[in-house]
Ligand binder design. Structure first.
Ligand code: HEM
Length: 200
């Protein structure tokens, strides 16, 4: 699965940083698939990968379920109930593809920040120790509001290294004015999270 994730991310990052004429002359997308335009090939590859991301993990899960070796998961709960399986497959596929790499890279950034700033790590550790009863293994969600320094450090780490510095490209469906800037209908809009979080 992680090889698939990497292929998907590589393609996604590359596509998001190229100039695509079809984004400006959208009728080009109606040209037949054999037309020698790169976006046609890239789009086909993206669709293939996206379908694999959507169906492959679910097929694995169903296989494990049938063989009785599936561990506890949301997917298993629904498979046991045999309810709304197509919807559950799609929701889990989306949650997986949107949530896994973002969460993993946010954690990796946080750990690298802790290595770079050990005094912050020590203060976080002291805060956790001070708020935990003896014998508690890990902080619970209920304890989280007391861990204010940890929360601030986590947010600061996300500010310094946002997982998706250019967000996800959007298109305006109607014309708009944002802070005095006119945005025509069907304009590509990219949120520069990386810049915004470094320029308060
Ligand atoms: C630290 C972790 C995460 C980061 C940094 C992150 C970041 C982002 C960003 C930048 C966007 C694009 C927002 C936009 O421009 O509209 C987005 C969208 C989205 N994220 Fe996350 N995300 C994280 C975790 C997750 C998780 C855990 C899930 C699912 C459980 C998730 C599900 C989604 C979905 C479904 C969208 C698309 C929403 C839409 O259709 O507008 N994300 N995320």
């Amino acid at each position: 699965m992680s090889a698939l994730n990497h292929k998907m991310l590589d393609l996604f990052t590359w596509v998001a940083t190229q100039f695509w004429l079809v984004n400006y002359i959208q009728r080009l997308r109606f040209l037949p698939d054999w037309f020698p335009l790169q976006f046609k090939k890239v789009g086909k590859r993206g669709l293939e990968l996206q379908k694999r991301m959507r169906y492959w993990p679910w097929e694995q899960m169903v296989d494990h379920f049938k063989r009785g070796i599936a561990g506890p998961s949301i997917a298993l709960e629904y498979l046991e109930k045999n309810e709304n399986l197509d919807t559950v497959r799609d929701v889990l596929g989306m949650v997986y593809s949107a949530g896994v790499d973002t969460t993993a890279s946010t954690f990796a950034s946080f750990i690298s920040q802790m290595l770079l700033h050990p005094h912050v790590q020590r203060r976080i550790q002291a805060e956790i120790d001070g708020n935990m009863g003896p014998g508690d293994a890990l902080p619970s969600f209920e304890q989280r509001p007391q861990l204010r320094y940890l929360d601030a450090a986590w947010r600061e780490s996300m500010r310094l290294n946002p997982a998706a510095p250019l967000g996800i490209s959007h298109v305006s469906l109607k014309e708009d004015v944002y802070e005095g800037y006119y945005i025509p209908k069907f304009t590509g809009v990219i949120s520069n999270i990386g810049y915004a979080s470094h320029s308060p």
